[in-house]
Design a protein around this ligand. Structure first.
Ligand SMILES: Cc1cc2nc3c(=O)[nH]c(=O)nc-3n(C[C@H](O)[C@H](O)[C@H](O)COP(=O)(O)OP(=O)(O)OC[C@H]3O[C@@H](n4cnc5c(N)ncnc54)[C@H](O)[C@@H]3O)c2cc1C
Length: 313
C-alpha cells in the first residue's frame, strides 16, 4: 500500500499522525530509519479504529514503547507504528482493598516512574524492575526482568487490543509468562493491574539503591545499546546459562564491527556509536552468535527485537 493510501487510511481517527517519522531517536540504540507513519491515538477507541483499519487494509501495525529493546533497520519500517504517549495511556490509580494495593496503570507509563511513585507511597512489588528502561506495555510484552525477578510476578491482569481489534482482559495466568517471553495474542497492551504490598520505606529505598548500584557497576549504561542482545540459553536440564559469560569465554568482549562493538564491560551488550548503522549491530550480533556456537556448540537467540520493512522478528 502506498504512503498516500496509508495516510487516507488514518483519516478522521482521533490521533496525532506524523508521516515519515524518524524512529532512531526514539530508541536506546539511537540508530535506524523512519516509520512510514507514527500514530499517537488519543483514546483506546482510536487505537481500536487504527487496528481495525490496518487489519482490513493489510497494513503492518507495530507498537513502540520506550525503544529500549528495539533495533530499527536503516531503511526504516513500513506501515503504521503506534506510540502510547497520550495522557489516556499514562493514567494510574493506587487502589487499596482488604487484599492489598492494586495499581491500575496505562501501558504508556515508564516503569521507572511507576517504581518511584510506588516508593513514595511505601509500596513495594516493582523494585525488581529498577534499572530496566521500559514502558509498562513493553515490559509486559517482553516479560522484562532479571536476577531480582520480573514483571510477571507483580501482574494480576492486562488489557490488550488484539490484532482483530477486539479488546480483551487477560489474566496473568493466561498470558503465558516465561523467561523473557509471553504467549499473548498479537496486539497492543493498553494497561495492566499490578499487585503491590506495604513495605518499610527505608528498606525499600535500600533495596532499590543496592540493585541500582550493582547494575551501574556491571553495565555500560552511558552507551547506546538495548541491554542484553541475547537470551540466556537453557542447558539440557533447563538451567539458564549466562549468554554474557559464554560470549566472554569465546574472547569476544571488545570485538568491533564498523560502528558497533561488543561492550568491553558486559559481553551481552552490543553498543553503537551515535550516527552508526543498524547493519553493523545486526552483522556483529550474527558474528557473535556464530562464534559462540563454534566455541560452545550453543545457539544464542536474539532478545532484542529487530524491525525492518516487510517483516520483523
Ligand atoms: C541499559 C539497558 C538495560 C536493560 N536491562 C534489562 C534487564 O535487566 N532486563 C530486561 O528484561 N530487559 C532489559 N533491557 C531491555 C528493555 O529494557 C526491556 O526489554 C523492556 O521491556 C523494553 O520495553 P520498551 O517499552 O522499551 O519496549 P520497546 O523496546 O519499545 O519494544 C520492545 C517490544 O515490545 C513491544 N511492545 C512495546 N510496547 C508494547 C505494548 N504496549 N503492547 C504490546 N507490545 C509492546 C514492541 O512492539 C517490541 O516488540 C535493558 C535495556 C537497556 C537499554
Amino acid at each position: 500500500m502506498s504512503a498516500i493510501a496509508t495516510e487516507s487510511l488514518l483519516a478522521g481517527i482521533d490521533a496525532a499522525v506524523e508521516p515519515n517519522a524518524p524512529l532512531g531517536k526514539r530508541t536506546y540504540f539511537s540508530v535506524g530509519g523512519c516509520a512510514d507513519f507514527l500514530a499517537s491515538p488519543r483514546s483506546e477507541a482510536a487505537l481500536v479504529d487504527i487496528t481495525r483499519r490496518c487489519a482490513e487494509a493489510g497494513v503492518p501495525l507495530r507498537v513502540l514503547g520506550e525503544g529500549a529493546n528495539l533495533l530499527v533497520d536503516d531503511e526504516g519500517v513500513d506501515g503504521v507504528v503506534v506510540c502510547l504517549d497520550q495522557p489516556c495511556f499514562r493514567e494510574r490509580t493506587f487502589d487499596r482493598s482488604a487484599d492489598g494495593v492494586t495499581l491500575h496503570a496505562g501501558a504508556g507509563l515508564a516503569m521507572n516512574r511507576l517504581i518511584r511513585e510506588s516508593g513514595q507511597r511505601a509500596l513495594g512489588g516493582l523494585e525488581q524492575m529498577i534499572g530496566i528502561p521500559a514502558t509498562l506495555g513493553g515490559a509486559l510484552r517482553m516479560n522484562a526482568g532479571g536476577r531480582w525477578g520480573d514483571i510477571a510476578q507483580s501482574t494480576i491482569s492486562l488489557r490488550l487490543v488484539g490484532a482483530d481489534a477486539k479488546v480483551r482482559t487477560i489474566s496473568a495466568s493466561d498470558a503465558g509468562f516465561a523467561y523473557r517471553h509471553t504467549s499473548l495474542p498479537a496486539g497492543i497492551i493498553t494497561g495492566a493491574a499490578l499487585s503491590l504490598r506495604d513495605e518499610d520505606p527505608k528498606e525499600l529505598r535500600e533495596r532499590i539503591k543496592e540493585i541500582s548500584a550493582i547494575k551501574a557497576a556491571s553495565q555500560p549504561l552511558a552507551a547506546n545499546s538495548a541491554g542484553c542482545m541475547f537470551r540466556n540459553p537453557a542447558d539440557s536440564t533447563g538451567r539458564r546459562l549466562s549468554a554474557g559469560a559464554l560470549i566472554d569465554e569465546a574472547g569476544l568482549k571488545g570485538l568491533c564491527h564498523g560502528t558497533a562493538q561488543v561492550s568491553p564491560v558486559h559481553g551481552n551488550f552490543i553498543t553503537i556509536e551515535t550516527g552508526g548503522s543498524t547493519r553493523h549491530v545486526a552483522e556483529l550480533s550474527e558474528q557473535v552468535a556464530q562464534r559462540v556456537h563454534d566455541r560452545h556448540g550453543i545457539r544464542l537467540d536474539r532478545e532484542v527485537v529487530f524491525w525492518r520493512r516487510g517483516g520483523s522478528e
